[in-house]
Design a protein around this ligand. Structure first.
Ligand SMILES: [Zn+2]
Length: 284
């Protein structure tokens, strides 16, 4: 069994965008990339659990909706740092009552009520994410990103949920913010692509590291298997031998294969360890 701990299959619009850019051998047919077809192909390929990761309030609700209709599909509530400027929140400093916080807290699935209501068809989220900081060509400037991250960390602590972090060229600021939130104990740094030094700092926090197709074609420092999660970030970052194609959760097995070769162990070993890691972190 394998887990795709980070995908965006609930968002067909993002898939259509990726399809328009794909350079793979066969021209992708959009109808083959509907959330239902992607999920079916994942299951046929031994990917038994998936986490649909939200990138905005609206997108998170879409992920919630899709997850609620399928067993073994989970979702996370997140607002990507790129959305920070579009998020019209109060710059006065209050994290409560601001539009971002309000919309997040207003999500019934995040409240205690839905957790206690077994009749609720809506699952509560598995994590808060993706959230973080992105200083690489982001559509948002630093200050709103930092404010948004703080709000999202508050939300994670309040709901006792692990975080899915997206951090790009921003680790110094990221660790500085984290120091003010000692309650953040459980997290994954998804799609890690930074230095070995920053990898070590993440591991010192006891965070997991999400490995996707990027590691199969770029020289990225890897975490020990006991701190590794498998992910795709599909529809982007298709692994070798699918580079240029539209990525999908079924390709998680290529990443597991890559790690098995890298660590000179078996595919089964990688599958078992990374699955247990994801189950432990997300309680799924
Ligand atoms: Zn993502």
């Amino acid at each position: 069994m394998l887990i795709d701990s980070h995908c965006h299959i609930h968002d067909f619009d993002t898939y259509k965008f990726a399809i328009s850019r794909a350079q793979g051998k066969a021209r992708p047919i959009p109808e083959e990339y509907t959330p239902e077809k992607l999920l079916a192909r994942a299951q046929e390929n031994g990917i038994d659990k998936l986490i649909c990761v939200g990138t905005s309030h609206e997108d998170s609700l879409k992920a919630c909706d899709f997850a609620s209709q399928h067993e073994n599909v989970f979702w996370s509530y997140g607002i990507h740092p790129d959305e920070a400027e579009r998020c019209n929140f109060d710059m006065g400093g209050a994290s409560r009552g601001t539009p971002c916080a309000r919309s997040a807290e207003g999500t019934s699935t995040l409240g205690d009520d839905s957790r206690q209501d077994p009749s609720s068809k809506l699952q509560h989220p598995t994590a808060i994410g993706e959230i973080g900081l992105d200083y690489h060509n982001s559509t948002s400037t630093k200050e709103p990103q930092l404010k948004l991250l703080e709000q999202m960390l508050d939300l994670a602590i309040k709901n006792d949920l692990p975080c899915i972090f997206h951090v790009r060229e921003a680790f110094d600021d990221f660790f500085a913010v984290l120091r003010n939130f000692p309650g953040i104990k459980r997290a994954v740094i998804h799609s890690f692509s930074d230095s070995r030094e920053n990898l070590e700092k993440c591991l010192n926090e006891d965070f997991y590291i999400g490995v996707n197709g990027l590691a199969t074609f770029a020289n990225i420092p890897l975490a020990p298997l006991d701190h590794t999660l498998l992910e795709t970030d599909s529809p982007f970052l298709a692994p070798v031998p699918h580079r240029g194609e539209v990525d999908e959760p079924a390709f998680v097995k290529n990443i597991a294969n890559f790690l098995a070769i890298h660590y000179q162990t078996t595919f089964e070993d990688v599958a078992k360890i990374t699955t247990e890691n994801a189950e432990r972190l997300f309680k799924i």
